[in-house]
Design a protein around this ligand. Structure first.
Ligand code: SF4
Ligand code: SF4
Length: 225
């Protein structure tokens, strides 16, 4: 899932300072799971905006909306009927949702209410940890299912650095060294030979930062034609 955290309220309030009618739009998927962009958070943010505006003697009308999935055009279709009646939209979906709205509903201003942070998993109530960096060339088959790209602070691909101590990463006490976890896992799975193999230089040209990436499913594209 995509994990996103709320922008500070002060920053969001500043973003809407020039507008008198705004619509706060949430998403019913990942950001609902991480309690930052679901219906409840839409209600809370809308209320805080109204209270702050009232305190400052500003006229601010705030509409509330939550769609099932803000990253898909079909799901944001229903808001077409009224969205351009508002000066701005505050999207509390991930950056994909924000952009879906922005591309579809020009000239409405679409403003981000969240900071999208990583792809991760809930590991205990209220705790989400990064698990994948979308590198485009997965190596989990050789690492016991632990990702060295997103879970090693240096994204090392051939074993730990010299800072790995007692199973902890040198960057912080609460960060496990993933190469220690990989070692333990490979030992359990009796596939320790992967530890001895030297991984060739990773193909970073398929990772983020190379060019905007895409996925084409040919048979679906043909159906569309
Ligand atoms: S190796 Fe790459 S694709 Fe696989 S989990 Fe790690 S970042 Fe994601
Ligand atoms: S201590 Fe482990 S997790 Fe931390 S940077 Fe070194 S190899 Fe990576």
């Amino acid at each position: 899932m995509i994990v996103a955290e709320s922008k500070p309220f002060k920053e969001i309030y500043e973003l809407v300072k020039d507008f008198s009618r705004v619509c706060v739009i949430g998403c019913g998927d990942c950001v609902t799971v991480c309690h930052t962009g679901g219906q409840k958070q839409v209600e809370e943010l809308a209320l805080k905006l109204r209270i702050a505006a009232k305190r400052d003697g500003r006229k601010l009308e705030v509409k509330e909306e939550t769609v099932l999935r803000q990253c898909e055009q079909e799901y944001v279709e229903p808001i077409v009927n009224y969205i351009n009646d508002y000066d701005a939209v505050v999207s509390i979906a991930c950056g994909v949702g924000v952009q879906t709205l922005a591309e579809k509903y020009t000239p409405s201003r679409v403003l981000p209410g969240l900071n999208t942070t990583f792809m991760g998993a809930p590991v205990e109530p209220g705790l989400f940890l990064e698990r994948c960096a979308g590198c485009g060339d997965c190596v989990l088959d050789r690492t016991g299912g632990f990702c060295p790209v997103s879970r090693c602070s240096k994204s090392l691909m051939n074993g730990p650095c010299g800072g790995s101590m007692g199973g902890k990463c040198e960057v912080a006490e609460d960060v496990p060294c993933v190469w220690n976890q990989i070692y333990v896992q490979l030992d359990k799975q009796q596939t320790m030979h992967y530890m001895d193999d030297i991984s060739p230089p990773k193909n970073w040209s398929v990772s983020t930062g190379s060019k905007p990436r895409k996925l084409e499913i040919k048979h679906l594209q043909m159906e569309k034609e």
